[in-house]
Design a protein around this ligand. Structure first.
Ligand code: NAP
Length: 339
């Protein structure tokens, strides 16, 4: 990418700090949308059609929109997951896709653990009873929870976030750790005594099953009716991955008939979760509105990394974290660097 084609044009979707906007503006003309709505969608598409770079969270982008964005070279998503973006089409076009791993790992693991604590100890259900004036007498067996410490924790997808959840479980709560992953994790086995199992065996042995896989064709409905049937009736399912990793109707059915005891869910097949979903009304479900990384500190760090990625890519220094840097670099070389 050469000096001659500056200034770059960038479309930003999501609240960025003044310092971050200033950093972007130093290398590009920035068209800023706090969010894309039905009212401003035409303006957004017009801006995209001129843009070299796009940055934002929950970006809505499909192959047809890429076709209408001939200058687009870099998409910088403020998320680690990129299942909502058309990666294959971006690879064909040599468009770089940057994401924000690592900076959200510990916070998302904290969220998973909050859901573990809440489902095991029935925190939301029982706190609501206090709020509703229903605490009239001592709590009896019908309101007891189950322990967290010492229970077997099964991590489905022991990557960055899964490993951070495993560390909390093993080191903070004395939990035996089971895991699945595409490849074995000797460091988790050595440091935490974690055991790698096939998914079916992990589901059968775990007291708490925690999902932290990426969503893709291989993980679509990884937890379906058959998988749920392998879990202990006393077990809880925690999902901080993506909603469609779970067959949601099958999960609802399993929770309703006692096939599993409880679920702690941060992500859903359709978001926002519809108010009429049975999941909103079940005492054995703790549902949070996709807040895995939603703390002030972490969202700031994610936005900063996304800005640094975009600026680095446009300026030619390269991104800090990207999904398809090889495809992008090959395409940059193929186009003689003039893109
Ligand atoms: P990561 O480091 O890439 O970890 C993903 C793990 O899943 C890896 O260990 C990978 O195995 C494993 N894996 C991939 N396909 C699998 C399969 N079919 N079966 C079993 N394991 C499989 O990613 P991360 O940073 O931990 O993030 C994980 C996901 O969490 C993201 O993709 C995102 O969707 C979700 N997330 C959600 C929130 C939220 O707000 N709720 C926040 C952040 C992230 P290998 O290590 O062997 O490759």
């Amino acid at each position: 990418m050469g000096e001659t084609s500056r200034p770059w044009r960038v479309v930003a979707v999501r609240r960025l700090s003044e310092a971050q906007l200033a950093e972007l503006s130093a290398v590009a003309d920035v068209e800023y949308f706090e969010e894309v709505t039905d009212e401003n969608r035409a303006d957004f598409l017009a801006a995209l059609s001129r843009a070299h770079g796009l940055i934002g969270g929950k970006l809505e982008l499909d192959e047809a929109m890429l076709t209408e964005a001939p200058a687009l070279q870099v998409v910088s998503t403020i998320s680690v997951g990129y299942d909502h973006l058309p990666l294959a089409a971006m690879n064909r076009r040599g468009i770089l896709l940057c994401n924000t791993p690592n900076v959200l790992t510990e916070t998302t693991a904290d969220t998973a653990f909050a859901l573990i604590m809440a489902t095991q100890r029935r925190l939301v259900e029982l706190a609501n009873r206090v709020r509703d004036g229903e605490w009239q007498t001592h709590v009896g067996r019908e309101h007891f929870g189950v322990d967290v410490h010492g229970k077997t924790l099964g991590i489905v997808g022991a990557g960055r976030i899964g490993a951070a959840i495993a560390r909390r479980g093993a080191m903070g709560f004395g939990m035996p750790i089971l895991y699945t992953a595409a490849s074995s994790k000797p460091e988790l086995e050595a440091s935490l005594g974690a055991r790698r199992l096939e998914l079916d065996a992990l589901l059968a042995e775990s007291d708490i099953v925690c999902l932290s896989v990426p969503y893709n064709d291989d993980t679509h409905h990884l937890i379906d009716a058959a998988a749920l049937a392998r879990m202990k009736p006393s077990a809880a399912l925690i999902n901080v991955a993506r909603g469609k990793v779970v067959d949601e109707p099958a999960l609802i059915e399993a929770l309703q008939r006692g096939g599993i005891r409880a679920a702690g869910l941060d992500v859903f097949a359709e978001e926002p979760l519809l108010a009429r979903s049975p999941l909103t009304a079940m005492d054995n479900v703790v549902a949070t509105p996709h807040i895995g990384s939603a703390t002030h500190e972490t969202r700031e760090a994610m936005a900063q990394l996304a800005v640094d990625n975009l600026v680095g890519a446009l300026a030619g220094d390269g991104p800090l974290t990207a999904i398809n840097e090889d495809a992008w670099r090959k395409s940059t070389v193929a186009s003689g660097g003039a893109r």
